[in-house]
Design a protein around this ligand. Structure first.
Ligand code: AMP
Length: 218
């Protein structure tokens, strides 16, 4: 059984690679950012609370994150393995994850770390356009890979594309600062535990996937 965590700065392509890996290993995958955006759209009290953090690019409080992730991980679909994208984001959350898993006699098996420079992350995020359909959320880039038929509509499902408010310059620098302060310590944390599978994220999507698969074969 594989219980995988995807690690990497925003824009490193971990969501895309998580979906590709999910197909390869027949595993369900979840993005906490996506779960939160759905909660915000539901317009509940919890959704309003989450929105206050997400719109600024700040981290959602741990209690809320752990509750949302536990609900997803304990669902029947995720009992035989999963891929987490966007969680954990700091050592505190990593320890909470170990605890959540051990309650059911499970443990993390692999951490895929996609390495990308801050400069490249900024370039990718500032031009990013995301499909507004929550079941799709395909990502495009105005210059690097624009939507082919209509630059404002998703090639995959036809829904509208948006420039997410947290992909605007101020929120990007805030998110990168949080990533560098809170999330990068996880690289050593998981390396020390022998779980890290590191790949170069500056390559094309197919090349990154190839590197990940080669790493899994090692
Ligand atoms: P993402 O789509 O992964 O960039 O996540 C979008 C936003 O959701 C982040 O900027 C945070 O506000 C929130 N978020 C996602 N995952 C987490 C997490 N594990 N802990 C706290 N906040 C999170």
């Amino acid at each position: 059984m594989r219980n995988i965590v995807m690690l990497g700065v925003q824009g490193s392509g971990k969501g895309t690679q998580a979906e590709m890996l999910a197909k390869e290993f027949f595993l369900p995958t979840v993005s906490t950012g996506r779960l939160f955006r759905s909660k915000i759209e539901e317009g509940t009290e919890l959704g309003h609370e989450i929105a206050r953090y997400v719109e600024q690019g700040d981290l959602v409080p741990k209690d809320i994150v752990c509750q949302v992730v536990t609900n997803w991980m304990d669902a029947p679909a995720a009992r035989d393995g999963f891929i987490l994208d966007g969680f954990p984001r700091n050592v505190d959350q990593a320890e909470a994850l170990t605890e959540m898993l051990s309650k059911n006699g499970r443990m993390l098996t692999d951490v895929v770390y996609i390495r990308l420079s801050d400069e490249e992350a900024v370039r990718r995020l500032s031009g990013r356009r995301v499909c507004t359909n929550r079941d799709c959320e395909t990502k495009f880039h105005v210059d690097l890979h624009p939507s082919k038929h209509d630059p404002d509509k998703c090639d995959r499902c036809g829904s509208e594309l948006v420039h997410r408010s947290d992909d605007k310059p101020e929120a990007i620098s805030r998110r990168l600062a949080i990533y560098n302060r809170e999330t990068t310590p996880l690289i050593e944390y998981y390396r020390e535990r022998g779980l890290l599978r590191e790949v170069d994220g500056e390559q094309s999507i197919t090349e990154v996937f190839k590197s990940i698969m080669e790493n899994f074969r090692d």
